[in-house]
Design a protein around this ligand. Structure first.
Ligand code: IMP
Ligand code: MG
Length: 181
């Protein structure tokens, strides 16, 4: 895609290679038992589909809708469940599949909500991690790439619902509003 505002930070090839490694690692960590991948909509859906297919074992896939960010780059700080899971998590190994850990507000809330469903274990797989932006002490066990404090789009991540279908992760430059959390 030719857009002067976009600078490629992580190429499609790099993303795919890293996801193959993550799929193998998670499969090895959970050789048996029920393993649920919980996709956090909408940003993580591209990551989920590639990660699930990189797994060397059977997995359950379910979706949860959460909204934190408004239409642009600023967050309201409010977390809201917009779609709940279909499948029970009781006794299962659960991996939350998220696009990016930024302030950690969303995942802190989600961990709290999902722990109450009595899973056997609960971990986070995030494609991206911006550790500099953390406001809550959240640690993802599986991280694709650590990135600097820049607003990124593509491979599921959006700016005002745009750019999700880019196959690379790109920095969105010169777009006005500063990112605040
Ligand atoms: P947190 O609650 O601040 O950790 O925010 C997590 C959510 O904010 C992610 O699931 C994304 O939807 C969104 N987000 C955070 N940083 C970015 C970014 O650089 N680009 C696009 N969305 C982002
Ligand atoms: Mg998201």
């Amino acid at each position: 895609m030719i857009d002067p505002k976009l600078r490629v930070l992580i190429s499609s090839e790099q993303i795919q290679a890293r996801i193959r490694e993550m799929g193998e690692q998670i499969s090895n960590d959970f050789p048996k038992g029920n393993l649920h991948l919980i996709c956090i909509l909408k940003g993580a859906c591209f990551f989920l589909t590639d990660l699930a297919r990189a797994m060397k074992r059977d997995v359950f896939v379910d979706f949860m809708g959460i909204s934190t960010y408004g239409k642009g780059k600023t967050t309201s700080g409010e977390v809201k469940v917009t779609k709940d899971l279909d499948i029970s998590l009781e006794g299962a190994d659960v991996v939350i599949v998220e696009d990016i850990v930024d302030s950690g507000v969303t995942l802190t809330y989600l961990l709290h909500v999902l722990e109450q469903r009595k899973p056997r274990s609960l971990q986070i797989a995030a494609l991206l991690d911006k550790p500099e932006r953390r406001l809550r002490p959240v640690t993802a066990k599986y991280v694709g790439f650590q990135i600097p404090d820049e607003f990124v789009v593509g491979y599921g991540l959006d700016y005002a619902e745009k750019y999700r279908n880019l196959d690379a992760i790109c920095v969105l430059e010169d777009s006005g509003a500063a990112v605040t959390a």
